[in-house]
Design a protein around this ligand. Structure first.
Ligand code: PLP
Length: 398
């Protein structure tokens, strides 16, 4: 398939859905949430057929942005693609930082965060499957992306946020047409409200990893990165980990790309970064266990990674361990310092979660767990402008 014109019956290579724990299979083309054992469902493709039909040269005439990888995505018909102009996000080396790590700046995507990738796919699939009302818990960015893409698709959206979510996020969700509520609790408390649907609205639960398609959107970070590395991968990926969709998605992307012969067997070491005030994955990694216990009294100003419990915990831990990576926690003070340094030294305003990867990188260089000669990619997952900033303004005359 080399045509660039929209193809009304875009071929889908999806073969089935599969439980990430038991490998139980489910047919494609049906509305599904979690598997029968309550675990995430993964989309599986006919990779042999895909390898025959799709090669990197097919990309040459396509626009940039992740829809260029549509054969590796689950949407069947072009008219169901819901798009707001998804750009290829740039790689920016931090020249003044020891080791010169490279930032992949996801803040350039619609709604200012990489949640756009997951929600573009989830909402497109919701449209394809005929869903009329979507709901989710959010720390802000996912809700904003849901609101925007659902509006674009004329699908109703309801969003629940922790009570202390910054007003800017609530306003952004509201102005883009979703019903938004503050909840006295954290994101998993909001998730319980969505799951219970007490008033029987009949919305579909789009919570992180509780439906199969957000992960397919986040997977495009791995494909895009591999293309930017000329169908190879960096040595190390440092990822701010909340629900872990991106880390799991990229890991899945690399397997699929190898299966279709686009990359080799080299994998990046995957480093999961959390905040010291909410580090369930780091604790589980250190204890050598397969599942993470809920983190009590979670607190960090890096809201996107304030996730006390993740349904995909075992998938995050599996990818980190298989890749020979590690999990690391950083303090809010180190995050803030990294954000301020990078803004002042490099002219790049990171979000706190992105700054957490810089803080983690610094710590890992210091203790030798990452070598400065390794090519390392740090994920900045949102624009720094969506977050409270320290006040500038020194009076003009002192
Ligand atoms: C959601 C979010 C994260 C965490 O992403 P996951 O893939 O869910 O772990 C990190 N940073 C920001 C800015 C986010 O919005």
């Amino acid at each position: 398939m080399t045509e660039t014109a929209p193809n009304e019956n875009l071929t889908s290579y999806v073969s089935h859905l599969e439980c990430s724990m038991t490998c139980e299979r489910y047919p494609k083309g049906e509305v599904r949430g979690l598997s029968s054992v309550g675990r995430p469902l993964l989309v599986r493709y006919d990779l042999e057929a895909l390898a025959r039909a799709f090669t990197p040269t097919d990309l040459a005439n396509r626009p940039t942005g992740f829809w260029r990888y549509r054969e590796l995505l689950p949407v069947t018909e072009t008219r169901n693609v819901v798009s707001l102009g998804e750009v290829e996000t740039p790689l920016i080396a931090l020249d003044k930082e020891c080791g010169r790590p490279i930032v992949k700046d996801e803040g350039r995507l619609p709604t200012g965060s990489f949640k756009a990738r997951g929600l573009a796919l989830a909402v497109s699939m919701a449209k394809e499957l005929g869903l009329e009302h979507l709901a989710m818990p959010t720390n802000g960015n996912a809700g904003a992306a849901l609101a925007a893409y659902a509006r674009r698709a004329d699908i109703a959206a309801t969003v629940f946020c922790p009570a202390d979510t910054p007003e800017i996020n609530i306003a952004e969700i509201g102005i883009q047409g979703a019903d938004v509520y503050r909840v006295d609790g954290l994101i998993d408390d909001c998730g319980r409200i969505v799951g219970a649907d007490r008033d029987g609205v009949g919305w579909f639960d789009l919570s992180t990893l509780k439906e199969p398609y957000r992960i397919e959107g986040k997977k495009t970070m791995g494909i895009e990165l591999a293309e930017q590395f000329r169908w190879s991968v960096p040595d190390v990926i440092v990822y701010p980990t909340g629900g872990g969709t991106g880390l799991i998605g990229m890991w899945k992307a690399f397997d699929e790309l190898e299966a279709i012969g686009w990359i080799g067997s080299k994998r990046p070491r995957m480093i999961a970064v959390q905040a010291e005030g909410c580090a369930p994955i780091v604790r589980a990694f250190d204890q050598g266990v397969e599942h993470a216990e809920r983190w009590e009294n979670a607190s960090t100003f890096a809201a996107g990674i304030r996730v006390p419990a993740a349904v995909g915990d075992f998938l995050i831990l599996r990818a980190v361990r298989e890749s020979n990576g590690f999990a690391i926690a950083v303090s809010d003070a180190a995050i803030e310092e990294a954000r301020d340094d990078v803004a002042r030294n490099e002219g790049l305003l990171l979000c706190p979660e992105g700054a957490a990867t810089v803080a983690a990188y610094r710590a890992a260089l210091a203790d030798g767990s990452i070598d400065p000669s390794e090519t390392t990619v740090l994920f900045n997952c949102a624009t720094g402008l969506k977050y409270p900033l320290p006040t500038a303004g020194i009076p003009f005359n002192g």
